[in-house]
Write a protein that binds this ligand. Structure first.
Ligand code: SF4
Length: 400
């Protein structure tokens, strides 16, 4: 890209070479309305959307974030582009603290970061033509003196987004475009200000499988050609693996595992990552692969469980997990895991084939070595968690 648009924060120089983002103890709480009695007592209730998150993003890097709905990954992305204000913590972009920016400084920062949203059917205004949609940020940031200048910038942005020839798309409206073309328009809108960082929030999950690859390759090309670092948010492990250099696995507002993409996929060390990976379908009907289940539902982010937040669902938990918060420790170089027993658990790797005689007679999932289990007098086996839920043995009908 040529330099028609000057970088918004070129005077800011990163403290560490190659570090684009340095995030420490980032926390976002959303207050919720207290009841009448609670408000009289001055009690505050919050949703813990993001909790003490720490990570760095490097130059030209794509950091993937995976996790189930409600784990805080979108809030994390919105914090980085300052669509949300952090409650606590620091977030430095090329060495400049961003968390407390206001007014003009915040507007100047926002010019250098952009976000691609999940749904191109919602994120484009149906009343605006493609030209008006892409030119809007130019007007907001007073870029380009004349309509011709802006037309030229929009034309180039469309070319970067591979909508060619741009003249064919400039004066169309969203309803005249396919889903893939709409997402390319959304990408062109993020590129027109020549951003230095992009958050892509589930950018392909609303698209047909046939056009996903085109959009993903477009983003990879943008990184290759222009060196733009990305945060790529998705609930799809396979898509995140294809896109990312490193993957952070989020659970209940915090990272539970962070490492190089292949490391996370081939050598998972956290029980939650193990369960996420085992849920990925294997395109081989003969594969003898156990399905690792986790118990129960995601706990409420209003009242976080004490100790390890994953302990109510973890099949490996021990007493210490219920009371002590584990450390996010570097188990292998660059491989961080939030678990008291990281590196010691018999975590199943996706390439492992295992068949076991021990199947829980309540949930039908595998009882692996190291998991807390109960054997009934009739010989039926149960996960300890499952045994708590059933009163009578599902095999012999006698009390457990
Ligand atoms: Fe499971 Fe305990 Fe590790 Fe948490 S700390 S993931 S409960 S084993």
């Amino acid at each position: 890209m040529e330099a028609e648009v000057t970088d918004a924060t070129t005077e800011e120089v990163g403290k560490k070479s190659g570090v684009v983002w340095e995030v420490k103890n980032l926390t976002k709480l959303f207050p919720i309305k207290a009841g009448f009695i609670a408000s009289l007592l001055g009690k505050e209730t919050n949703v813990h959307a993001v909790n003490d998150v720490e990570f760095e993003i490097y130059d030209r890097e794509i950091l993937g974030i995976v996790g189930e709905s409600g784990c805080g990954k979108t809030t994390c992305g919105r914090l980085l582009v300052r669509l949300e204000t952090p409650t606590r913590g620091t977030m430095q972009f090329h060495g400049q603290e961003i968390g407390g920016l206001k007014g003009r400084e915040l507007k100047r920062f926002r010019r250098s970061v952009q976000m691609i949203f999940q749904d191109p059917y919602e994120s484009l205004n149906p009343r605006l033509s493609v030209f008006a949609t892409i030119a809007e940020p130019l007007i907001v940031h007073s870029v380009g003196d004349t309509i011709e200048d802006r037309e030229e910038l929009v034309r180039k942005a469309l070319e970067y987004a591979e909508l060619k020839p741009p003249e064919e798309f400039m004066y169309r409206y969203p309803h005249e475009l396919s889903g893939g073309q709409r997402q390319r328009v959304a990408i062109a809108r993020t590129l027109v200000l020549r951003p230095r960082f992009i958050v892509a929030d589930e950018p392909v999950s609303m698209l047909d499988v046939s056009i996903r690859a085109g959009i993903m390759n477009l983003m990879l090309n943008l990184r290759e050609e222009y060196g733009i670092p990305f945060m790529f948010i998705s609930h799809d492990v396979s898509v995140t693996r294809y896109m990312s250099d490193r993957i952070g696995v989020m659970y209940l507002g915090g990272f539970v595992e962070l490492a190089g993409s292949e490391d996370v996929i081939k050598n998972p060390m956290h029980p939650y990552t193990e369960a996420l990976l085992s849920a990925v379908p294997v395109p081989d009907p003969t594969a003898k692969h156990g399905r690792v289940k986790i118990k129960g539902d995601l706990p409420s982010p209003i009242n976080l469980p004490p100790g390890c937040t994953f302990h109510p669902r973890c099949l490996y938990k021990k007493d210490i997990c219920k009371s002590q918060v584990p450390e996010f420790k570097e188990v292998e170089p660059g491989h961080f895991v939030l678990c008291h027993f990281a590196g010691e658990l018999p975590i199943v790797k996706p390439d492992d084939e295992y068949v076991t005689e021990e199947i829980c007679k309540y949930c039908n999932a595998t009882i692996k070595k190291g998991m807390a289990s109960v054997q009934h007098s009739c010989g039926a086996n149960y996960h300890e968690e499952c045994a708590d839920r059933v009163k009578a043995c599902t095999v012999c009908g006698k009390e457990l």
